[in-house]
Write a protein that binds this ligand. Sequence first.
Ligand code: SF4
Length: 227
Amino acid sequence: MPLRVGGLTPLSATDYPGELAAVVYCQGCPWRCGYCHNPHLLPRRTAGGIAWSEVLGFLRRRRGLLDALVFSGGEPTAQPGLVLAMREAKALGYRIGLHSAGIYPRRFSEVLPLVDWVGFDAKAPFDAAYERITGVRASGEAALASARALLASGVDCEFRTTWHAGFLSPAELERLSATLAGLGVRRYALQEFRASDGVAFRPEGIPVAADVDALARRFPQFCVRRA
Ligand code: SF4
């Protein structure tokens, strides 16, 4: 079945480090993070998507002008069509980027040999805190299995966490970063939660400053992306 695509960004300089990329937004995600910025991409199907064949046509026309294609979402690994779509884009000469929360470890591992760079969304310590964020049981186990597979593969990657003390305490953030560092993560980005139009979710409580310096010391490369 062809990849279901909810949207396409024809040019981005920020979704794949150092590369000019197009971004395809894969339709569908089984998790329900309150802060999701792409709620229209969560249903498996929607009216008004883009046919994968159209994306391929676009990629053929842009050969030599773009370096990479990033599969984002939604959750790309939710779709069986991801493998073939990646192969087809790679055959056209594109480097392949993947934004994923590691929701489906088996498919995540299957596509890793096709992928050149991964932005991995690590949401919380990989225990009950994950379920609190995603609304889905055992989501932390799935994410941890994918994170381990990614790090074992040697594929270039960045781990990132969307953070606000209203949904993840500084102590939990500390615990997550210690786990990631222990797993061997070398590049970590803390992304401040940003309320935006169309996202009803508002974190509770007053933000408490995290000890960013302590986080930074755990990783060879670390940055904070301010809201
Ligand atoms: S995993 Fe990502 S796409 Fe899915 S609900 Fe959470 S933030 Fe949204």
